[in-house]
Design a protein around this ligand. Structure first.
Ligand code: ZN
Length: 288
């Protein structure tokens, strides 16, 4: 009896053993052939990994949406700011009523090759000017003759190119008048010039490049008269000490913000008695 129970127990054990083997065998059949792991079995580690991956994926998606929203907000804020500050906006049309800004010089340079656009700037800015008929022949033919109607040049106001007219307007407003008020407490009554147009080559030579004066794309300025009657002369005051010399240097330096070329007595003896301003591409950036 005891033996029988032992046999039964052994048989039970054996049976349990075999059932367990059978279960493991069935279990092995469900193991994924590639991973060698049971896809149906999910332990805590895998659950954690899966959860983190889902969260990272969700978070990465959220980050992309947040980045796009941030960019859109920055773009809208930037456009709004530029709309309120057109002088800094490279796409806004140039208007001489606006203060000088980051984009002003680039817009001025672009006008040098676009006369209709240049004259549109003067019209938009309500600057009085006359568009004169072309004149001259050959290298001295002037197709762009633009004359400022209310500019205090003496003894007359000669026609220049339109880009010169625009640069003269900016220089007077942003440099000349502020300098006169700051240094002398007075306004500008007259600007004395030595001429814009002269059909000649550089320094009057027989050959070589043509002067910008040959197309009136330049103006020579010799002095200034203030509202209170004070006279300031490049030839006599440039090397003197005091307010007149300080004013002349400020006027010269400020001109470099608008004109392509600015030559003063510092450049050479040929300019001892005047400032030469022009809107040439050839010498762009010269300021001395
Ligand atoms: Zn000159």
């Amino acid at each position: 009896m005891a033996l029988h129970r032992r046999w039964q127990a052994t048989g039970d054990i054996h049976g349990a053993c075999c059932d367990a083997k059978l279960d493991r065998s069935r279990h092995r059949d469900r193991i994924h052939p590639d991973s060698g792991r049971d896809p149906g079995r999910s332990d805590g580690y895998e659950d954690l990994n899966l959860g983190i991956s889902r969260h990272i994926g969700k978070f990465a998606g959220d980050r992309r949406v947040l980045a796009l929203l941030l960019l859109a907000a920055l773009f809208i804020a930037g456009r709004s700011w530029l709309a309120a500050h057109p002088e800094h906006d490279p796409w806004a049309p140039l208007n001489l009523s606006d203060p000088p800004g980051w984009a002003t010089q680039a817009k001025l340079q672009a006008l040098r090759s676009d006369i209709p656009q240049c004259r549109a700037v003067l019209q938009r800015s309500e600057v009085a000017f006359s568009a004169l008929e072309p004149a001259g022949e050959g290298d001295c033919r002037r197709t762009d003759r633009t004359r400022l109607d209310a500019y205090p040049l003496v003894p007359d106001t000669p026609p220049t190119t339109c880009p010169m007219a625009v640069a003269l307007q900016i220089w007077k407003r942003d440099t000349l008048e502020p300098a006169a008020r700051e240094v002398f407490g007075s306004g500008i009554a007259r600007i004395e010039h030595l001429g814009a147009y002269s059909c000649r080559r550089l320094y009057g030579r027989d050959e070589g490049p043509w002067s910008e004066h040959a197309t009136a794309n330049a103006l020579d300025i010799a002095g200034f008269v203030l509202d209170d009657g004070t006279r300031i002369n490049v030839l006599s005051d440039w090397l003197a000490e005091g307010d007149k010399a300080r004013f002349l240097r400020r006027v010269r330096d400020g001109a470099c913000d608008g004109f392509a070329t600015v030559l003063s007595p510092d450049y050479n003896s040929a300019h001892a008695d005047h400032f030469h301003f022009d809107m040439s591409d050839r010498w762009r950036g010269t300021c001395r």
